[in-house]
Design a protein around this ligand. Structure first.
Ligand SMILES: *[C@@H]1O[C@H](CO)[C@@H](O)[C@H](O)[C@H]1NC(C)=O
Ligand SMILES: *[C@@H]1O[C@H](CO)[C@@H](O)[C@H](O)[C@H]1NC(C)=O
Ligand SMILES: *[C@@H]1O[C@H](CO)[C@@H](O)[C@H](O)[C@H]1NC(C)=O
Ligand SMILES: *[C@@H]1O[C@H](CO)[C@@H](O)[C@H](O)[C@H]1NC(C)=O
Length: 503
């Protein structure tokens, strides 16, 4: 009862006097909760409508005060159960069911009925996500052609479309202001790590998805550049990434001490976007950052046990030469004007490229496999004149060639075991790429020739249709790369809504 006393004192401080009447309600509910906590039922969570919100944890400690609902957790690993069993919640549950039923008949892309809009706005971020998750699971089947989305490119177009529309409608992202330039808040828009910079720039400039009120946020962005972390903090030839990792650990601990948000979910509603090869390795001094945070990484290598397929997002690596014209040279020749079967040129490093060259350099007219590109050739022209563009891993599994191939309408051939291809949770890579196991490099030509022309033409057409989803637009457009990445992060957050680790 001592804790309950403390809670009342805190409430008196944080609520205004008119709300005093509710304190009685809080006491009543508090005693109900104490009774509930002695039950053995796996009652996971209650959300009780109240003007002031109090989060309790296992020990019924007062954790933080928010507005809108009392959130009670009796078991740390318990799942969020929005069906809310308590009789006190019946009104809310009925409303919830009614709104769910209403939803089935409407298209979220269109204007929502105003009562629905009001209802969704009245929900806390997690409740809204839970609601949306259920709706997406029952997404209406998309039939017929959508002028904006080409169904064969997607794993499940119905789910993607519904999920995307919900994102447009409700997603709010909070960006921490903390962190100094140049590591934070300073996007770099050129080079092979430009994806992290472009994402940062477009996110920070965004009007639609940002919120200044962290209480309203579904996602929290850690606005740093992995590339800059390396430039600023790595001691040349030290072979030691630890200072980078310690720097990020301290940054996260600072945020966790200053705000309630990190501890609330142990970082699982936070995300980062890092394209530099070292991205995953610089997280390892902070366990929650490594395990819980949603990581959009170019280096999407599942064998390192840092990137988690399904939870983390494989960030497309894009090589931007001219940030004023990120789309320069996009386009390619039609199939009949692609005389080269397979093309690769690049530096020879990592485990795969030496083997590729050993088997295919200067061996076969159809297989144009080079080390560094001979001066007389143009890289974009070679890609535009080839049927297949070979994308072997470099030092790490990822390669900017995959997106280049898409830009130049060449079917990518990925050779990188344990690599999760970009935006894999949404896209159906079978429809527009070929994946060859590293051990099959000696059979590369045979594998490519075995693909019937008809199937090749379908894949190449899909690559063309895919292009718009991989473009960085100075002013983002629907379904472009910025939105696709944000959608994958959003989808990961929604997938986890039932299993957020809590204390
Ligand atoms: C929470 O409940 C689950 C099963 O519902 C149980 O396995 C687990 O041990 C419980 N955890 C705690 C901390 O009580
Ligand atoms: C949530 O609670 C309802 C009772 O209201 C129950 O029927 C349902 O099985 C529970 N779901 C989970 C995942 O525990
Ligand atoms: C896509 O998802 C919807 C909704 O869950 C499901 O009904 C449908 O069968 C799925 N379609 C495919 C092709 O898997
Ligand atoms: C979050 O947890 C950490 C360690 O568990 C603690 O040091 C920090 O003070 C907590 N933050 C808040 C806002 O309570």
């Amino acid at each position: 009862m001592n804790k309950l006393g403390k809670m009342i004192v805190v409430l008196l401080f944080r609520t205004n006097w008119r709300k005093l009447v509710f304190v009685c309600g809080v006491i009543t509910i508090g005693s109900v909760l104490i009774q509930i906590s002695t039950l053995f039922y796996p009652l996971s969570e209650f959300i009780l409508p109240l003007p002031t919100s109090v989060s309790y944890y296992k020990s019924l400690q007062l954790e933080n005060v928010r507005d809108g609902a009392i959130v009670v957790r009796l078991n740390s690993s318990a799942k969020v159960n929005q069906s809310m069993a308590s009789s006190k919640n019946e009104g809310k549950e009925l409303e919830y069911r009614r709104e769910m039923n209403n939803l089935k008949s409407i298209s979220v892309g269109k204007h929502l009925p105003s009562h629905m809009e009001r209802y969704l706005l009245s929900l806390k971020p997690d409740e809204a996500l839970s609601f949306v998750k259920k709706d997406i699971e029952n997404a209406p089947l998309v039939s017929g052609d959508d002028p904006e989305l080409y169904a064969p490119l997607f794993r499940n177009i119905s789910i993607f479309k519904r999920s995307y529309e919900w994102m447009e409608r409700i997603l709010k992202v909070y960006i921490y202001k903390e962190g100094k330039r140049p590591i934070f808040h300073q996007p770099q828009l050129t080079g092979i790590y430009a994806s992290e910079g472009w994402f940062m720039k477009l996110m920070e400039e965004n009007k639609q998805f940002l919120t200044k009120d962290p209480q309203k946020a579904h996602l929290f962005y850690l606005p740093y550049s992995a590339r800059q972390l390396q430039t600023v903090l790595y001691v040349r030839n030290s072979h030691n990434m630890k200072p980078l990792s310690i720097f990020l650990r301290d940054y996260v601990n600072m945020l966790a001490a200053k705000y309630p948000f990190w501890n609330r979910t142990r970082g699982s509603d936070h995300f980062l976007v890092a394209c530099h090869d070292w991205g995953p390795y610089t997280l390892t001094e902070h366990e929650e950052l490594t395990k819980n945070t949603i990581k959009a990484l170019c280096n999407a290598d599942v064998s390192q046990w840092i990137f988690v397929a399904g939870k983390d997002v494989s960030l497309p690596q894009t090589f931007i030469r001219n940030p004023k014209k990120p789309l320069k040279n996009v386009g390619g020749r039609r199939v009949s004007r692609r005389p080269i079967l397979a093309f690769f040129a690049g530096n020879i490093h990592g485990r795969v490229r030496p083997i590729l060259l050993k088997h295919w350099a200067n061996k076969d007219e159809d297989m144009r496999i080079y080390g560094p590109l001979p001066n007389r050739l143009s890289y974009p022209q070679q890609m535009k004149s080839s049927k297949y563009c070979i994308c072997p891993m470099g030092f790490e599994v990822n390669s900017p060639r995959i997106v280049e191939a898409i830009y130049y309408e060449c079917v990518p051939v990925i050779i990188a075991d344990n690599f999760v291809p970009p935006l894999n949770e949404a896209l159906n890579w079978n429809a527009f790429s070929v994946v060859v196991d590293e051990k099959d490099i000696p059979r590369l030509k045979e594998i490519l020739l075995a693909i019937p022309l008809k199937r090749y033409i379908v894949m190449q057409n899909n690559v063309k249709r895919l292009q718009k989803h991989f473009l960085w637009n100075v002013r983002p457009t629907r379904h472009d790369l910025f939105h696709m990445i944000l959608h994958s992060i959003w989808a990961s957050r929604i997938n986890q809504i039932d299993q957020i680790p809590r204390l």
